[in-house]
Design a binder for this molecule. Sequence first.
Ligand SMILES: NC(=O)c1ccc[n+]([C@@H]2O[C@H](COP(=O)([O-])OP(=O)(O)OC[C@H]3O[C@@H](n4cnc5c(N)ncnc54)[C@H](O)[C@@H]3O)[C@@H](O)[C@H]2O)c1
Length: 430
Amino acid sequence: MLRDKLLSKEARLGVIGLGYVGLPLAMEFERAGFTVTGIDTDAAKVEALKEGRSYIQDVPSEWVSGAVRSGTFLPTTDFSVLKEIDSVDICVPTPLRKTKDPDISFVRAAVVEIERQLHKDMLVILDSTTYPGTTDEVILSRLERTGLKAGRDFYLAFSPERVDPGNPDWNTKNIPKVVGGVTPACTEHAVILYEQTLGPVVPVSSTKVAETVKLLENTFRSVNIGLVNEMALMCDRMGIDVWEVIDAAATKPFGFMPFYPGPGLGGHCIPIDPFYLSWKAKETGFEARFIELAGQINSSMPYHVVSKVVDCLNDQSKPVRGSRILILGLAYKEGIDDVRESPAIDVLKLLLERGAEAAYSDPFVSRLSEAGLHMESTELTPDELGRTDCVVITTAHPSVDYRMVVDAGVPIVDTRNALKGMNGDNIRKL
Ligand SMILES: NC(=O)c1ccc[n+]([C@@H]2O[C@H](COP(=O)([O-])OP(=O)(O)OC[C@H]3O[C@@H](n4cnc5c(N)ncnc54)[C@H](O)[C@@H]3O)[C@@H](O)[C@H]2O)c1
């Protein structure tokens, strides 16, 4: 019985997709005492893991190498191992197409492989963020084509991953895990798995509820960031320091939660997930207006940053074309190396399109090969700053020496309040 195998930790676990979400999850399963097989289509990642090298900042290489050596973590590109697996978590990407429609082709591809090896008593859990109804409409119908029935012969659930890469306090292990199964027996088995391995487990009544929980969380962030970005645009016109406003408002002990403006949204979640929800809502004729509006405001922010750069250069009687502009921070947030959807890349592109001699410096991102751009990080030195006409702070990495940047006297556009407490005529805030 699967339940007994889970409780005794004899169940063989699998994770499909070993990225920012899947690798930490696989390692937590391993730490809890299970043997875990990790499957990824990227042979280079699997090779790195087999050699004990982690490419995810939150997972130390020693952890991977120890687990590989002891045979409790088995990375592979071979899906046929699924026939031996008792429980599998799907952690593949769920991006948007250019048209902002969900692209669930990676989920479909993983499910085709599971369908081939589906067997009695197997537990299948989707962790990738997706629109309400995916588990039922895309996975359940496909897996039941095998003749096996969910809740009786195998178990199927959705459990959103809520990890925040680089967060020192909250991680895969201690963030509560929401779980919704196709049937009560499906929920029950997924709950047993996570109770054996992760932090508190929060069962909900259905897969659709679990899918929507994740979308509410990320829509909440997107809309609140949109609101505060709009505040920043308003305050800018009125000559009010929006950062000071937010800090003072945040002293209210109840009913206010601070969000901060910036150059736009980044990462694989906040800029994308709300559109999974609005896309699905459209099927019922519902227009999700907050989501669309927040999306418009947030995606306009790189243009606002560029207009600030233009103002800075204008004060020096310089055009954008030919000016040397240094983007400080390419990752979408501080302390990490993830550049997916990073608004810093949008700012960089907009400046290059206008003929600027734009470069970037980021201690976490040594090379950029994305969005048609191929560049290397520039070392942040007094000499480099001496050659630069304008610096744009797009990510506030704590390890960067901002004092040196201010002291160099170069005009700065600070989109992150990284220079809080530092004064200088050369500083322009967002
Ligand atoms: N990154 C985050 O902070 C975060 C947080 C919470 C939820 N999520 C969600 O988790 C999911 C995964 O995101 P991620 O950031 O880990 O993505 P990722 O790109 O870092 O990792 C996904 C991995 O899946 C692999 N892959 C793609 N198709 C595959 C297939 N058919 N079979 C096996 N492997 C395959 C890729 O090679 C890659 O290694 C997404 O739905 C995302 O929205 C991400």
